[in-house]
Write a protein that binds this ligand. Structure first.
Ligand SMILES: [Mg+2]
Length: 229
């Protein structure tokens, strides 16, 4: 059985800043500030990392931030429910067809490996008309500060759910940033990079992914890469 772990932003959907807006609103409500959020580069980072960076930059104590992270995720989800329906969301090219074809594949387990918090990831997918329930396991930005810890968590959850072994040898991480490629390596998994987010193929190529696509539109070629033994 193969475990396919998809990133969300820039890989499945592009959310037109909606996630950033929900985070800013939640942080302002709880801490009275969202720190330097306007210039902060979020791509490839976990929500836990982003929130910690933004608030420590304006002098808030790490212990205070850590204690309030669960509350931040809850409030982000509340804000997302208000903000997301009003925002434009683009599904990345080829994604609906790819997911449809993967549903028909035997011995394929779908999961998420995303910097988004567990509370907001399904809201973002739903915004792009992607059914979150088709991803049976996940590792999220609320699980750890460091994305490189997430593949092992996703594999362990897949083992618990399906009662069979998962390791890097039968796991693929699909994402749009250098951080996705590096975290695939940290989990000794196959790295499939796609330039549908904010990083060009030339940038991604420098990190030596196992497969590199401009986008996921060539369904047959992408399926061959994902299911390669
Ligand atoms: Mg991404």
């Amino acid at each position: 059985m193969k475990l396919l772990l998809f990133d969300i932003d820039g890989t499945l959907i592009r959310s037109d800043g909606a996630g950033r807006m929900a985070l800013a609103a939640a942080l302002e409500e709880i801490f009275g500030t969202a720190g330097p959020i306007a210039e902060y580069k979020m791509s490839g980072k976990t929500d836990a990392r982003i929130i910690t960076d933004l608030l420590t930059a304006v002098g808030i104590a790490t212990a205070d931030i850590t204690a309030k992270l669960p509350l931040v995720y809850e409030r982000m989800a509340d804000k997302a429910r208000q903000i997301y329906p009003e925002r434009k969301v683009a599904v990345c090219p080829g994604v609906p067809e790819l997911l449809r074809r993967l549903q028909q594949q035997p011995d394929v387990a779908l999961g998420l490996l995303t910097g988004n918090a567990r509370q907001t990831a399904p809201l973002k997918l739903a915004m792009g008309n992607i059914n979150p329930a088709q991803f049976h396991v996940g590792a999220y930005g609320s699980d750890h500060l460091d994305r490189n810890h997430l593949p092992a968590m996703a594999m362990q959850r897949a083992e618990n759910l399906w009662q069979r072994p998962f390791s890097g040898a039968n796991t693929v991480v699909i994402g749009d940033t250098p951080a996705d490629i590096l975290c695939a390596r940290a989990g000794e998994a196959t790295a499939v990079a796609v330039a549908s987010g904010w990083h060009a193929t030339t940038t991604l190529a420098r990190y030596n992914p196992d497969h590199l696509f401009e986008n996921l539109a060539d369904t047959d070629a992408v399926l061959a890469a994902l299911l390669e033994e």
